[in-house]
Write a protein that binds this ligand. Structure first.
Ligand SMILES: [Fe+2]
Ligand SMILES: [Fe+2]
Length: 169
């Protein structure tokens, strides 16, 4: 059975939200680079790539269900941030927002009696739990570092060790 127009439109809007996430983290990566935190810059770049992959995962799903992908304009992300702490707080806030969007999509799929979309979205529900936890862990690490540049240097080195696909903090 093909996907309903309502569900397809909602997923297309969410594809846009995932591309925005990718763009936001790429902008955060550039900021981290500008304040000489190459590890955080690397971590954000990996994060950006993962968000791109989320968008593609949804795009593939729409096509598998015989729906029509509609790519919408991606909003400009912020360029400047106050600090690396603010970057991570903004990351957590953004991930919480995305979790709300995923929950909304899931509710719509349930209302639509669309079981295939519910099953597909379960991956995203789990992913959001991970995403929020990871952001909280990095914020906690930054709180412990507070103002100690030698500790921040070590944390930055850890952040730089993140490999693609592994949710490292
Ligand atoms: Fe995502
Ligand atoms: Fe995310």
């Amino acid at each position: 059975m093909s996907i309903s127009d309502t569900m397809c439109d909602a997923i297309n809007r969410h594809i846009n939200a995932e591309f925005y996430s990718s763009y936001l983290y790429l902008s955060m990566s550039a900021f981290c680079d500008s304040i000489d935190l190459p590890g955080f810059a690397h971590w954000m770049r990996v994060q950006s790539r993962e968000e791109y992959d989320h968008a593609i995962r949804l795009l593939d799903y729409v096509q598998d269900r015989d729906g029509r992908v509609a790519l919408l304009p991606v909003e400009q992300p912020p360029i400047e941030f106050d600090s690396v702490e603010q970057v991570m707080e903004a990351t957590l806030a953004h991930e919480r927002h995305v979790s709300d969007l995923i929950n909304g999509l899931y509710a719509l799929a349930a209302q639509d009696g669309d079981f295939a979309t519910q099953v597909m979205l379960q991956w995203f529900v789990n992913e959001q739990v991970e995403e929020e936890k990871t952001a909280r862990d990095v914020i906690a690490a930054l709180r412990m570092v507070q103002g100690h540049s030698d500790a921040l240097l070590l944390l930055d080195r850890d952040m730089g060790a993140r490999t693609a696909g592994a949710p490292a903090a």
